[in-house]
Design a protein around this ligand. Sequence first.
Ligand code: MN
Length: 329
Amino acid sequence: MYDYKDDTRKLIRDLLDPAFKNIAIISHIRPDADAIGSQVALALWLKSHGKNVVAHNDDQVPDNISWLTGFFPVANQDESALNSCDAIVFVDGNDPKRFGRHEAWFRESEQPKFMIDHHPQPSDIFRQTLSVTKAGSTAELIYLIIREHDLENLSPEMCRAIYTGIMTDTGSFRFDSVGPHTHEIIADVIKRGNINVSEIHQKVYDNRTLNQLSLLSRVLGTTELDERTQLATITVTETDLAETGSTHDDLEGFIAHPLSLRDCTVAVLFSERDGKVKMSLRSKADFDVNKLARFFDGGGHQKAAGAWHPGPLEKAVSEIKEKVRELSA
Ligand SMILES: [Mn+2]
């Protein structure tokens, strides 16, 4: 288990400061279940302490996790709504550039800013942070905050939001970040929230459309494996999306397929998007995809990262192949 107590106590003292009556909680663009789960759980907890809370996200919450916003609404707030807040908390991201169209306002506004996250290399604009790269998810950190202060106030809704964030960010409890502490937290939220786990797994994962499976069958056909570097790639064109009636959101989870190849240690999903190429990078060994992503101005974690290439698609693929050869030489 990592060290978190000092920063957690400082953060609790700050967030519950009576001077902060109105608090905005912001989650990162193209939100995932850890972002929304963390945001919803934290919003409910702060509300239980008498705070007025607004939750902002630039983008729409994906269908398979929109039920979480039934516990606490997450909406695209305009600047005036955020401006009337006394403090701002960023979750599941550590740099204003990850939080969308209000970036400039985030940097310049006078409200104190706080951050709870598990990505490396945080920005220095925050007054206080709980920044733990060893944590498997931000939702896990939200649980630790509540446990440190008043675990008895952890509601069934907070439990569901936390469970969902931890489940998705740990690949259903299989990544390196998972330890006994993860399962202790999970056991506690299942108990306190009286959670039916298969119900949550079904809502989140068994939510595919026929269009999405048509897209998957096409995309799997593009799989290539370089036996020397153990790099596996799959590619998606705008035409693939158009002809199967799919959207970029439908690509969620596709990267797990090349990564499941026996002889693959690095996998990259290339998808054409907005005239550029989006690259999703995953690793299942020591290979550091965060390092790989940084060559292309992207970033993330050692085992999961993202970056953009100006294109075209073939050029993005060949440059990644070359960089992987270099890094594994
Ligand atoms: Mn996360």
